[in-house]
Design a protein around this ligand. Structure first.
Ligand SMILES: O=C[C@H](O)COP(=O)(O)O
Length: 249
């Protein structure tokens, strides 16, 4: 049985006070779940989030990090800084990092390598843009995103990888990939990994779906055999919505 995961990517939302309020409400309402529950507040709130969740099963992730050990990289955050806070999960390759901050596959490969070397779990995001789906190139786009950033990894590194397929056209738009579209792509991703590595790695890696997951559509998406959970944006900012999504898995 693969690890099921519901992760909330809070993006650039919530002050420290709001973070503590949301986490306290979330902790109070958290249902028993077979899934791992993760939240990713913004960098400045990671320390207080970690403290607030000391006695909780909710895990805390960072939304990004730099690949370098340390140095003259103004405004950046290193793996060691995260690890020192007790944060050993990092989201890399989110489409907003790619499109708004120019992160490309080769940069992401470096970031992933650092995360793996540091013993961190990487939630690696990827997915096609609308025009790429409309032109029928979505499978080849996804294949090359995976190949360029991940397929030089050793087999054992895959224990530290979680994949998050996020079709860009479904992120924050209210438009969701249908459960069938999600399943079709997730099955393709597993096949691609099986070809590059082997079926044991392909069948062991958790693949999350992200893009306008909400309480009303989560159960149907999560019911698909190759969908192992979700990376939730907007709906993770309200405790009741996020709890409803956790209950749906
Ligand atoms: O990281 C989360 C994704 O970007 C999905 O965001 P969304 O649920 O607001 O569409």
């Amino acid at each position: 049985m693969r690890t099921q995961i519901v992760a909330g990517n809070w993006k650039m939302n919530k002050t420290q006070d709001e973070t503590e309020d949301l986490l306290s409400e979330l902790s109070a309402k958290l249902p028993d779940s077979h899934a791992d529950v993760i939240v990713a507040p913004t960098f400045v709130n990671l320390g207080s989030a970690k403290n607030a969740l000391q006695s909780s099963t909710i895990k805390v992730a960072a939304q990004n990090m730099h690949f370098a050990e340390n140095g003259a990289y103004t405004g950046e955050i290193s793996a060691d800084m995260l690890l020192n806070l007790g944060i050993d999960i990092v989201i890399l390759g989110h489409s907003e990092r790619r499109s708004l901050f120019g992160e490309d596959d080769s940069l992401l490969a470096k970031k992933v390598n650092t995360a793996i070397e540091k013993g961190m779990t990487t939630i690696f995001c990827f997915g096609e843009e609308l025009d790429e789906r409309k032109s029928g190139n979505h499978f080849s786009v996804v294949e090359s995103q995976l190949k360029n950033a991940l397929f030089d990894l050793d087999e054992k590194a895959w224990n530290q990888i979680v994949l998050a397929y996020e079709p860009v056209w479904a992120i924050g738009t209210g438009e969701t990939a249908s459960p069938e579209q999600a399943q079709e792509m997730h099955a393709f991703i597993r096949k691609t990994i099986a070809e590059a590595y082997n079926t044991s790695i392909a069948n062991g890696v958790s693949i999350l779906y992200g893009g306008s997951v909400k309480p009303g559509n989560a159960a149907e998406i999560f019911s698909k055999p190759d969908v192992d959970g979700g990376l939730i944006g907007g709906a993770s900012l309200k405790a009741d919505d996020f709890v409803a999504i956790i209950k749906a898995i």
